[in-house]
Design a protein around this ligand. Structure first.
Ligand SMILES: [Ca+2]
Ligand SMILES: [Ca+2]
Length: 215
């Protein structure tokens, strides 16, 4: 009897903890993103990364049990593994990234989580290894300054159980450095929400980031 009561109490506690909540997310990424909540994809940037000047912000509401691990894949556009864009034109450059997001209780509007220095971001594509690649007349991915570093994506990186303790913290970047525009200006950002990326806005091209939304 005591065992049954204990099990019942444990189930009740579990059910209370897992009560689903409606979360509204605002996300802006230069240039493309997808968002997972407790391992389920809940948002995907509808504007293709190959769209020039893709600076849209997206807002979506999804249902998830709290606390929820939010996993964001963020990509700065690159034409190939060299990390460059506009290759072979007068505008050939490394291009830069940047991201900001906030997660609110959909009913009350209370901000429950934001992008800031407490989140974790693993860079999985870094290129070019030297900025001088952007000055080459014939930049070849993988050669010299145009080398690249690719990190394997852990298969379960969106899972709430994934251990990100050895991932680096996100790096904060100023609005002046990121130059956020277009969709960014359509959102009222909470003062705690920070622009983040890897250490390099230009050379860190694909990031996996994780943060937790709690009550
Ligand atoms: Ca970009
Ligand atoms: Ca870049």
């Amino acid at each position: 009897m005591r065992l049954i009561l204990a099990v019942t109490a444990a189930l009740a506690a579990c059910a209370a903890q897992a009560e689903p909540r409606d979360i509204t997310a605002d996300v802006w990424v230069d240039n493309w993103f997808s968002v997972y909540a407790n391992g389920e994809m809940v948002m995907e940037d509808p504007v293709s990364i190959t769209t020039e000047r893709s600076f849209n912000a997206e807002t979506a509401t999804f249902t998830v049990a709290l606390p929820a691990v939010i996993a964001i894949e963020a990509k700065d556009f690159k034409e190939n593994e060299s990390g460059l864009e506009y290759i072979g034109t007068g505008r050939q450059q490394m291009g830069d990234g940047g991201m900001i997001a906030q997660f609110k209780d959909a009913l009350t509007g209370q901000v429950l989580a934001v992008t800031d220095a407490s989140m974790k971001c693993l860079v999985v594509q870094h290129a070019p290894i030297s900025p001088s690649c952007a000055n080459e007349t014939n930049p070849v991915a993988g050669e010299g300054a145009c080398g690249f570093v690719v990190t394997d994506i852990p298969v379960d990186w969106t899972s709430p159980d994934f251990d990100d303790s050895d991932w680096p913290a996100a790096t904060l970047h100023s609005a002046a450095d990121v130059g956020p525009k277009d969709g960014y200006d359509d959102i009222t950002w909470d003062s705690a929400a920070e622009l983040v990326w890897g250490e390099s806005l230009t050379q860190d091209n694909t990031l996996l980031c994780r943060l937790t939304v709690s009550e």
